[in-house]
Design a protein around this ligand. Structure first.
Ligand SMILES: [Zn+2]
Length: 309
């Protein structure tokens, strides 16, 4: 694997407010729309407020998590009076930016998210997408104010459930820690830096630059862990342990404390060494997820440049 080339990447969608209370993306998209930033050199930029009703209500979603609605099955489901708002919205977004898997789909979707977890800047994408991996490598080499990491979801494209899967290439840009409904300048600036570098990389790519390959580090999901619960009431009986809290991506070894029960005792991690992320993410309580655990590996990237005709 020495070199790969792709057609020019000229149509780019920047999306925010897919979760209506994740404010970096909401204000970023509004700001870009105010500045009418729809053309930038070789790029045509589409800015999208993905879930306007949830943004108005400052909630993650109205009926259903929009960022779980982009599987092929849900996108092709018939719409009736009882169809949840977000499912209808997903089909509208698929018509605007896709259709998913087609030649008409935009070249790149960047979907802006915030997490309450201390994750810094994290790119999340499906399978081996050389374009997003190159953008990640570029960001990692340029950004010094926060750690830059990547999470790769090993899910076939038909079952990919999030908005960025509608583009030919795509990633979620997940930045934290930031509480829901709150906008922090440091986090906003980090999102801005990530977007500016994405655009800079795309301009360079389209104008014929060759981007060197090399090793990049990615995290892959192994499993999710729920909070300890009372077997009869199903209520949680513990919080994330103070030694784990805010230590996203710090190796968790067997015997390391994970939870602190309200009764006072620690619950330890069992099994293999894994890396925790999305620790104590506010929106995951309803999903019964206290954190994800993953593995770290290296991917060898081929060098990349635009296809010349
Ligand atoms: Zn989100």
């Amino acid at each position: 694997m020495e070199h790969i080339s792709f057609p020019p990447l000229s149509r780019v969608a920047i999306c925010g407010g897919t979760h209506g209370n994740e404010m970096s993306g909401v204000y970023m998209v509004r700001e870009m729309q105010k500045q009418k930033a729809d053309q930038d050199g070789s790029l045509s930029l589409t800015t999208v407020l993905s879930n306007p009703r949830a943004v108005d209500a400052c909630r993650r979603y109205i009926d259903k998590d929009l960022n779980r609605c982009f599987t092929e099955d849900l996108l092709s489901a018939p719409v009736t009076d009882s169809t949840p708002y977000e499912l209808r919205r997903a089909q509208e977004l698929n018509a605007q930016l896709g259709p998913k898997g087609s030649q008409e789909a935009v070249d790149l979707v960047c979907d802006l998210h915030n997490t309450t977890a201390n994750m810094g800047l994290c790119l999340i994408f499906y399978s081996l997408d050389w374009i997003t991996l190159h953008i990640y490598k570029y960001m990692k080499s340029k950004i010094t104010s926060a750690p830059v990491r990547a999470i790769q979801l090993d899910i076939p494209v038909s079952e990919a459930y999030s908005l960025e899967s509608v583009g030919k290439h795509g990633c979620a840009i997940e930045v934290g820690p930031q509480p829901g409904g709150v906008v922090r300048a440091d986090i906003f600036n980090l999102v801005k830096e990530a977007l500016d570098l994405t655009i800079e990389w795309l301009q360079g790519f389209n104008s014929g630059s060759t981007f060197e390959g090399g090793e990049v580090e990615v995290y892959t999901m192994v499993k999710s862990v729920d909070y300890p619960r009372d077997p009869t009431t199903n209520e949680i009986t513990a919080a994330i342990h103070p030694e784990l809290q805010d230590n996203d991506f710090k190796l968790l070894r067997p015997g390391d404390p994970m939870f602190l029960k309200f009764s006072g005792e620690a619950v330890k991690h069992e099994g293999e060494e894994l890396y925790p992320f999305f620790i104590n993410e506010c929106a995951y309580y309803e999903k019964k997820i206290a954190c994800h655990l993953g593995k770290k590996s290296n991917i060898t990237l081929p060098s990349a440049s635009v296809m010349k005709n």
